[in-house]
Ligand binder design. Structure first.
Ligand code: PNS
Length: 163
């Protein structure tokens, strides 16, 4: 049976770091579903539809793209995992400061769904400091984000500026 992993996140917006983790996940699992959290309580720069669309467009050219699907989910991640038949959750671990939050989330998810494994993958060193929050901040102050995010995201950010 093909193994499916979920790669959940806010992806506001998707970065080269996310894509690096996705490529690594495709080396481990047969299929990877990137699932974008709707998260109504969190104010995002991009709508859910835009975040899904940007992940789709960005992932189209990566190796193994035909084994990727992109969805949105609302509510508890473990409920979505149960509904999809996923065997694992993939999360990127960039540095020690990520660990505390990731560890708590992984243990909470394990308590809720013991059979679901959380797998941490490290992006390339070049991406260890790349975060969507940094991209949003640089964009906010008019800086160049082209080395952090794919061209389709650069264009989407530029469109946000236009009336
Ligand atoms: O990219 P992010 O913001 O670090 O992703 C966090 C995300 C969306 C994966 C996490 O907040 C999440 O799973 N939210 C859904 C609610 C849930 O199931 N939380 C985990 C139990 S604490």
């Amino acid at each position: 049976m093909a193994t499916l992993a979920l790669y959940p996140g806010t992806f506001d917006p998707v970065t080269y770091g996310h894509l690096d983790v996705l490529e690594r996940a495709l080396k481990v699992f047969d299929e990877v579903e990137v699932t974008v959290a709707v998260n109504a309580s969190k104010k995002t720069l991009f709508s859910t539809e835009d975040r899904v669309g940007l992940v789709q467009a960005s992932a189209a050219d990566i190796e193994g793209a035909e084994r990727v699907r992109v969805t949105a989910f609302e509510g508890l991640l473990v409920d979505h995992a149960r509904a999809t038949g996923a065997v694992a959750l993939v999360r990127g671990l960039r540095q020690v400061s990520d660990f505390d939050y990731e560890f708590r989330m992984a243990l909470a998810n394990r308590r809720l769904f013991p059979e679901l494994q959380t797998v941490f993958l490290m992006p390339a060193e070049a991406h260890t400091f790349v975060a969507a929050s940094i991209v949003r901040e640089i964009h906010h102050w008019g800086g160049d984000v082209a080395s952090f995010v794919p061209p389709v995201v650069v264009e989407a950010l530029a469109r946000l500026r236009r009336p």
